[in-house]
Design a protein around this ligand. Structure first.
Ligand code: ADP
Ligand code: ASP
Ligand code: MG
Length: 415
């Protein structure tokens, strides 16, 4: 069996759904198709959650109307005449949920609402496949992917998930299911973290011992840099699992970082291909001898460099480090880079306005805190001095960290 994954951009409108159907018809016989919410639906649902929790009736009303109108437009553009009533049942379910008073933590409510984006997209796509006479079985991923109760970042219970998947996913034919979603033992819906549908594809593939996973993207494959930031990118036709993990971990957003490890453990190849050019080979990630020969670049903007010095003049040793990491975990801030000297500790993080101010307040209890924002973090894998010099043109270097294969540069743009 193969696993295909289609992201939001690939199914943002009726043409996208038609294109998916064509790829499945021509390339997917015994395939499990994992799909994200259509277009920017997840963002729209996030706004709806905020309005609902704050009980802003007008915003709830318009948010819901916009989401419904968008999906109805796709249904109408696809001229769906067959069995698409499940979509209307999902609308009704959402409406009924929103008509009650909010109950539970923000994150739990978030998962009950935001997960429905994937439910809607797969219901529409399943109905369209049926209309095209492609027999496809719709599967509810919430009942297959079992997680703990960490809402918005559910941790997978691999044993239970594997059991459920193997009991319920047929070997042959086309199956369609949702990315991003799961369920606790007590049947509460969870999600796996933003952009988690790539990871869902890997979960299914791992449990099914799939022959391969293909994630269909709006780029020709994995490039040596994000084409949104760099003009002259190079397609990497082959990548080792290790290189792919490192690139994703440092922020190459083309693959969700959690996707690769389960596939590596079972030696399942991961193809990254273009849904716009479905005949092109793209990138294959697998067990190869040779690592990359071209330098790859990862670029993160809106970074903040935070430097800490203990108020009591102590050294940055185990006790201080554990206190620092505890504060970061408490504030829910992920560290992109860290470096220390005897008396100071520096970290670089995304400047998230919802989290960083609270983190700074926490840190100020024990440390003298200084920070520098509007920075960029550039990571180069397989660097050489010439490459570093080129990316530093017109930038002021604030911090540099080198390991054997990777260099990270924290810079201020002077342009
Ligand atoms: P999906 O809709 O499947 O979730 P994403 O938008 O998450 O797709 O991923 C595709 C995007 O990843 C591309 O449009 C591209 O801008 C970005 N990207 C970042 N780094 C790279 C890279 N190294 N190679 C290719 N694309 C990259
Ligand atoms: N729909 C979810 C998101 O936008 C999951 C995904 O697309 O991978 O984050
Ligand atoms: Mg993504």
């Amino acid at each position: 069996m193969k696993v295909f994954k289609f992201g939001g951009a690939s199914v943002k409108d009726a043409d996208g759904v038609r294109n998916l159907a064509e790829i499945v018809r021509t390339q997917g016989q015994d395939v499990l198709v994992v799909v994200s919410a259509m277009g920017k639906t997840t963002n729209a649902l996030e706004d709806l959650v905020r309005a609902y929790v704050n009980q802003q009736a007008n915003n709830v009303h318009t948010g819901l109307a916009t989401i419904k109108a968008y999906h109805k437009q796709v249904i109408s553009d696809l001229a769906l005449t067959g069995e698409f009533s499940p979509v209307y049942e999902t609308f009704a379910q959402l409406e009924s949920y929103l008509s009650q008073k909010p109950n539970g933590s923000y994150d739990e409510i978030y998962d009950q609402i935001v997960s429905l984006g994937e439910v809607l997209s797969t219901q529409i796509i399943a109905a369209y496949l049926q209309q095209r006479a492609i027999t496809a079985q719709w599967l509810d991923a919430r009942q297959l992917v079992c997680t703990d109760t960490t809402f918005r970042e559910g941790r997978v219970d691999w044993e239970e998930t594997s059991l459920r998947i193997n009991q319920n996913v047929p070997e042959t034919g086309v199956k369609i299911t949702q990315g991003f979603v799961g369920q606790t033992q007590a049947n509460r819906t969870t999600t796996l973290g933003r952009d988690g549908s790539d990871y869902s594809a890997a979960i299914f593939a791992y449990c099914l011992n799939a022959d391969s996973v293909t994630i269909w993207k709006d780029v020709p494959g994995v490039l040596n840099a994000d084409p949104r930031w760099f003009d002259e990118t190079i397609l990497l036709d082959k990548l080792t699992y290790q290189d792919a993990i490192e690139l994703a971990y440092y922020g190459a957003t083309v693959i969700h970082p959690k996707t690769i490890k389960p596939l590596q453990n079972k030696g399942i190849p991961l193809y990254v291909r273009s849904f716009l050019k479905p005949d092109a080979p793209g990138t294959v990630i697998g067990n190869f001898e040779q690592h990359l020969s071209t330098p790859s670049f990862i670029f993160k903007v809106n970074q903040v460099l935070i430097s800490l010095r203990p108020n009591d003049f102590s050294f940055i040793a185990e006790d201080n480090l554990s206190r620092i990491f505890g504060r970061f975990a408490q504030a829910g801030v992920k560290i992109n880079l860290m470096q220390n000297t005897a008396i100071s500790f520096s970290v670089v993080v995304d400047n998230n306005p919802d989290r960083v101010p609270a983190l700074l307040t926490l840190l100020k209890q024990d440390f003298r805190v200084s920070y520098n924002d509007s920075l960029e973090l550039i990571t180069i894998r397989y660097y050489d001095q010439g490459t570093i010099d080129r990316v530093l043109v017109n930038k002021r270097l604030l911090l540099e960290q080198k390991s054997r294969y990777t260099v990270q540069l924290v810079v201020k743009d002077l342009g």
